[in-house]
Design a binder for this molecule. Sequence first.
Ligand code: ZN
Length: 211
Amino acid sequence: MGFYSTEINNPYIVDVGCGSNKIGNSKSVVGCDMFPSSDDIIQAAADDLPFESGSVDILFSAHCLEHMANPIKTLQEWCRVVGDDGVIWLVLPHRNRTFDSLRDLTAVEHLFDDLAENTPEEDMTHWEEFRAKVILSGHRLVPSEYIMPAQENKFTYFNSKRLIHHHVWTLGTFIDLVKALGLEVTYGIEQVPGREDSFSIIFKGVMHDSI
Ligand SMILES: [Zn+2]
């Protein structure tokens, strides 16, 4: 492995969709979120980031992309901000180990359709499946406050808070997506230490021109 020098500049790290659990301390990581939990977090949608192209060295995001109705559009934005030299490091829920366990995995083709159709974040395509197979499934990981709004079919409650898991992956199917985008996978971690519901993946942000 590489030689580590203290003379290497600190990377510029952004945590997208950080919620109130931003990685690192406030000086070394810039947090951004649709719903900032404190003044030092930038208010931004994950698919429209206020960073110059190529200005971010490491884009970290945990449990965010599954909430996006148009994930490839979001990944394109993330590739833009990390540019040729940066990396994207994601932690995502593993279908088999979270409350999505009764759902079908998302096909790569579906995500390209979402991109081609410019699917908006108000998309209801996956709402009924999420409502029936997740919230009302009785799964132990479903937050109790989700139950009544789901019983009352309140899409707006879930959509306004970006609570819906639109798409569902395992490490293997997410690698398929990354490769279909012409991106280079650096590491895949089947199960995140200390977070058993999650897998993790690190990939380079250089996207094939044709995407
Ligand atoms: Zn979709």
